[in-house]
Design a protein around this ligand. Structure first.
Ligand SMILES: Cc1cc2nc3c(=O)[nH]c(=O)nc-3n(C[C@H](O)[C@H](O)[C@H](O)COP(=O)(O)OP(=O)(O)OC[C@H]3O[C@@H](n4cnc5c(N)ncnc54)[C@H](O)[C@@H]3O)c2cc1C
Length: 485
């Protein structure tokens, strides 16, 4: 396994292809460091006694010990460990741990490349396994570049005014393919080793040119990462772990990018594009059943802490709201556990979480996210939005006033009151907090996609048969015979 130092060295050696704030910037730009620090945790903690068991796995290819963020799930236990790992590490960084998306894409590819080979006699799975070996041995960080920019949402890829609004193959050569297009909202692309590109939706037979999946170094010629940072107000004195970690997103342009065949895992198999898109979403939404409970933990903790500091910790409405927060986080986590336990093995041997439990878990996280923000804002009061700047707490002229008037419970020092509100400002009144709300809604797919996934699998007919059975209507069956699971 590699170290965070190896990872940082790899980034330093990459070709500069990032644009931010109107100019090219290197991967050493300070704005990227909180994101890089977050990823570094996934390397640094592999040997720690608390994290080692969940953060490492045995490669099914080589038998070697590997980082779990490069592992292909072989059992329900692997899915449960990934979920637990995601929750633990998000608590450490205070936000998205970000390395899940790459391995979610790798797991989806491991299933679908094999299914294509079985159905069509292609050689994608062999290529994928060769790439996986490299990915595991190098302990790589992958970004999942799925979401196309999509143009007019009412039109299919082949109907768009500009065909490049969905990434597509523009040329096939003996040595590989050339792709053109752009992927939106690419988290971590600026500090990922590799981009794992997969289709965004199901495609029709006339849409073969858009049916493409591949892996490419994030600094390959023709790739331009137009990045946006989300930052907290810089702290100077009251340093805290919450500001050491962060996320970044990129608009990723593929300006006629060459991809060698060995790295191409789908090229023209339109029938399998929807399967790959949906399967990535399933794995990624299952990861959300780990990270979202961590965010609920953080919101619950911050709400309880500020209530205690304000002297209302035992008020019944506060306890009631805290119970709501706990119920959301733990229900989402429970759905993820159920999805792992009820998962199934694909023809490739890769374990897939149960689609219905995964999606109901992700759905519950999403419909409650604004309620979580609302609860913390409600209990914290207005100071979360109007907290004076840190410098004013340390300016000799204003310091005495702020230290005197920020006081709530007399036994909690002014600095702790300040720190508590600074954390809440970071969580709910910062560009990071705002972006997290939107990713809480759209990350892993818009809300309707979860309902489509649920209803696509849910056996409604079996439920109707139960209703008929209970009503005494012919054709009814009780739950057991009706095949409920
Ligand atoms: C912070 C953040 C990080 C992300 N990270 C990544 C990443 O790393 N990699 C990645 O690939 N993606 C990433 N995503 C993308 C995420 O998966 C998408 O935002 C999501 O799939 C929605 O796509 P969109 O943003 O284009 O919105 P749209 O697809 O435009 O959706 C907006 C609304 O329009 C509706 N809609 C869309 N099409 C239709 C239609 N044809 N008919 C009717 N209604 C329609 C949707 O249901 C939704 O309600 C990230 C998103 C966020 C916010």
């Amino acid at each position: 396994m590699k170290t965070s130092n190896d990872y940082r060295k790899r980034l330093a050696a990459m070709r500069p292809n990032i644009y931010m704030g109107g100019k090219p910037v290197g991967r050493d730009h300070p704005a990227f460091q909180p994101g890089i620090n977050t990823l570094a945790l996934t390397f640094d903690l592999v040997d720690s006694p608390e994290y080692s068991e969940v953060l490492t796995a045995k490669s099914h290819l080589t038998g070697e010990k590997i980082n779990r963020f490069t592992h292909i799930h072989q059992s329900a236990d692997d899915l449960l460990k990934k979920q637990e790992l995601t929750r633990c590490l998000c608590l450490k960084s205070g936000r998205c741990i970000q390395r899940c998306m790459g391995i979610d894409a790798m797991n989806a590819l491991s299933v679908v490349t094999r299914e294509m080979d079985d159905a069509l006699g292609t050689e994608y799975h062999r290529r994928f396994l060769d790439y996986l070996r490299f990915f595991q041995e190098s302990d790589l960080v992958g970004n999942a570049a799925q979401t196309d920019v999509k143009g007019d949402r009412s039109l299919r890829p082949h109907q768009q005014a500009d065909p490049d609004l969905y990434l597509r193959v523009v040329e096939k050569r003996p040595e590989g393919i050339v792709v053109r297009g752009a992927k939106a909202h690419n988290s971590i692309a600026a500090y990922a080793d590799e981009l794992l590109v997969i289709p965004t939706r199901a495609l029709t037979p006339e849409e073969e040119e858009w049916a493409v999946a591949f892996a490419i170094p994030a600094d390959a010629p023709g790739i331009k990462l137009i990045s946006v940072p989300h930052t907290h107000r810089q702290r100077k004195v009251i340093k805290a772990p919450v500001e050491e970690y962060g996320t970044m997103h990129a608009f990723t342009v593929f300006d006629d990018v060459f991809v060698p065949w060995e790295r191409v895992f789908m090229c023209g198999e339109a029938k399998f594009a929807g399967r790959l898109a949906a399967l990535f979403a399933t794995y990624h939404r299952h990861s959300y059943t780990g990270c979202k409970p961590a965010m609920s933990d953080i919101f619950t903790g911050a709400t309880a802490l500020v209530a205690e500091y304000n002297g209302i910790g035992k008020a019944s409405h506060v306890r009631d709201k805290l119970a709501d927060l706990v119920a959301v986080g733990e229900l989402v986590y429970a759905a993820g556990i159920a999805a792992g336990v009820k998962g199934s093995r694909s023809s490739s041997g890769t374990y897939i979480p149960d689609v219905i439990y995964t999606n109901v878990g992700r759905y519950h996280a999403e419909v409650n996210i604004y309620h979580e923000y609302e609860t913390l804002a409600d209990i914290a009061g207005g100071l979360a939005a109007t907290l004076p700047m840190e410098e004013d707490f340390y300016n000799p002229e204003t310091r005495p006033y702020l230290e005197k008037y920020i006081m709530r419970k007399a036994d909690v020092p002014a600095e702790y009151q300040h720190r508590c509100y600074r954390l809440i400002e970071n969580l709910i009144c910062s560009s990071t907090g705002a972006a997290a709300q939107i990713s809480g809604i759209h990350g892993g797919g818009s809300p309707v996609m979860e309902k489509i996934a649920i209803m696509g699998r849910y056996d409604l007919e079996a439920r109707k048969r139960v209703a008929k059975y209970l009503a005494g209507i012919p054709g009814g069956e009780d739950g057991e015979n009706g095949g409920l699971s």
